[in-house]
Design a protein around this ligand. Sequence first.
Ligand code: SF4
Length: 282
Amino acid sequence: MGLNLNVNIDKASGFCFGVVYAIDMAEDILDREPYLYCLGDIVHNDEEVLRLKQKGLRIIDHSELANLKNEKVLIRAHGEAPSTYELALNNNLTLIDASCPVVLKLQNRIKGSYDDQEQILIFGKHGHAEVIGLQGQTDGQAIVFQDIAELDELELPSKFTLYSQTTKSVDKFYAIKEELISRGYEVKANDTICRQVSNRYEELERFVENYEKIVFVSGKKSSNGKVLYDVCKKYNPNAYFISKVEELNPAWFSANDRVGICGATSTPMWLMEDVKAVLEAY
Ligand code: SF4
């Protein structure tokens, strides 16, 4: 006898507009041309990357970019540091710039602060492409930290401007701001967190409370996937993280369970629909 699961997908889950924009741009070109280079994973979702690779997308890293000449290269939503644009100019590369407008605006603000000789701190993940692009606006001068404990090791200026990577948690950002102020620093804090991610918290809270079980679908490399999964877990402890349908396990479910499927801003809707079909067949 089947499990007879009652499965629903969260309508607010799926790509944010920055990712939609980049993928649309890539597909538009791939409809006309046999291949397109893309600097880094176009989206932090292996399944979607595989789908686009099959259409001709060629993912390259920065060292491969340095050896590429006279080609067309897509810049993904995370944006890039100025050095990438210089390299493209030197190598006669045509950049198709799909940097998300939210990230571009943040890059400009950080550049403005740097030009005004402010000391800059960025709350963000070390080595993350967006953060590298942000730090690049300051010639590498901005201090990047992902945990306030890292700042204990450093001698900070008495006054600085604080920014955040777009996908960080709003709560953590404000907690850090308050902590730094309480330590006596003069902090000019700019909440530059993308609302496409942070608005999802409340929507997700409400969504996950309606189900016995939650299946959260996201690539393992997605920063906002991790943050949003933590939100799911907090409001529904029976939440499972998967990256692909093969990771589903029937043992997680009981007969007649109501199951909610949700995902990150980098999770394609088609993948959540595939998950739904598998669950309904149990
Ligand atoms: S999460 Fe926000 S900043 Fe990041 S790509 Fe999507 S819309 Fe742009």
